[in-house]
Design a protein around this ligand. Structure first.
Ligand code: SF4
Length: 377
């Protein structure tokens, strides 16, 4: 189903992947397990012959979520809950829900109560990743997930099955990284919208099939440098709705690097293939870049953005703020201050999953790039 897609198919799939996943699940008889972001080791879920799907909100109206969550809960959390409660709940046989911030910590119980007939497992990633004990903690959590999935499916996971799953996921990330390089250096070849659709769909469909599409798309690209692009770094957790990428494409913005959880951070740290797979997945957890709710070196976010900016020779930073994300709201003032002191132009985009009009984003982004070209930032 997903092995022979072209770029147009992938962009459409990224907008609404669920009918296709539902059909795939019917055809294969395999169960679908949803996870919210971030850091659930999807390789483990896949190795149990299940389809791990990263849930990234819905753009349909909120109907039930507001009665479970306050208005100031983050837009992504509300949207994810709505997707499961109203629109796609039947598709998922279970959920592995990471508790990464205060919102997700409370959400986990809300999901458990609302889906009493489904498998629900809480994955407790450590919030303080710079403590030595965090390594022990992550390994224990991965083993606890393996035990829990084993009980639910009635299967025993072998190292061989887990290593095969890791290899498939590593191949997917290698292909995406190669496509990113092509897009970065030849922005006329792939639009931002197309590239980030490839990234998103990779996190939602069977990689055994989709890797074939990625390879064929990559091999079929005709390199075009294009003219008049402004290279930028995209900073944040996610970037939705996907029409934001249309705005970047219309303004000839070329995203040459990012720190998104659903972007480059997803590609970081391919687990090693020649040893204990659980240890390899544990080690990978600590190689990944900054993520707002995870507390380690407080300067890590700034240092990462600064390095990306200079390494890629970008001209500006765009920070994508998800409405009411408390973790981002805590980090953003200091980050903005440090970026401005460094003399790097920065533009903050406020996003909301249920947005129906992006005219305000277009106007403000347009004004930012005009000022950038005029040298007035
Ligand atoms: S990290 Fe932010 S966006 Fe993600 S669930 Fe928590 S509050 Fe929401």
């Amino acid at each position: 189903m997903w092995e022979n897609l072209n770029l147009k198919d992938v962009v459409a799939l990224a907008r609404d992947p669920y009918p296709s996943i539902r059909q795939w699940s019917r055809d294969t008889g395999k169960k679908v397990v949803g996870s919210t972001i971030a850091d659930v080791p999807e390789e483990v879920v896949y190795a149990f012959d299940l389809l791990p799907v990263t849930i990234l909100g819905t753009h349909k109206p909120l109907k039930k979520a507001p009665s479970h969550l306050p208005d100031n809960a983050c837009s992504l959390a509300r949207s994810n809950l709505e997707l499961a409660l109203t629109y796609e709940g039947d598709l998922f046989s279970g959920f592995v829900l990471p508790q990464v911030c205060d919102t997700t910590q409370h959400l986990s119980d809300i999901w458990r109560i609302n889906f009493p007939d489904k498998y629900v497992h809480s994955y407790l990633a450590p919030r303080q990743a710079d403590r030595p004990s965090a390594h022990y903690w992550v390994k224990e959590e991965i083993e606890r997930l393996i035990t829990s999935l084993g009980k639910w499916t009635g299967k025993t996971l072998s190292d061989d099955a887990l290593n095969k799953s890791i290899a498939l996921h590593n191949e997917n990330k290698k292909l995406l990284a190669e496509l990113y390089d092509i897009k970065r250096n030849n922005p006329g070849t792939l639009t931002n919208k197309q590239f980030f659709a490839l990234m998103k769909v990779s996190q939602q469909v069977d990689k055994a099939e989709f890797n074939k599409s990625l390879k064929a798309i990559k091999d079929g690209l005709k390199l075009k440098k294009g003219k008049g692009y402004t290279d930028v770094i995209l900073v944040g957790i996610t970037c939705d709705p996907p029409e934001i990428f249309d705005i970047f494409d219309d303004l000839k913005v070329n995203i040459v690097g990012d720190t998104l959880v659903t972007g480059s951070r997803y590609l970081q740290g391919a687990p090693a293939m020649n040893g204990d797979p659980v240890q390899a997945l544990t080690d990978r957890h600590f190689i990944r870049g900054f993520f707002s709710p995870i507390h380690d070196n407080v300067y890590k976010n700034f240092e990462e953005v600064k390095k990306l900016y200079y390494d890629t020779k970008a001209e500006a930073v765009i920070y994508v703020h998800i409405e009411f994300c408390e973790s981002q709201e805590y980090d953003l003032p200091d980050l903005k201050d440090m970026i401005k002191k460094e003399g790097i132009p920065i533009h903050v985009l406020d996003t909301e999953y249920q947005t129906t009009s992006l005219s305000h984003v277009l106007t403000r982004t347009q004004a930012f790039f005009e000022s950038l070209k005029g040298g007035s930032l």
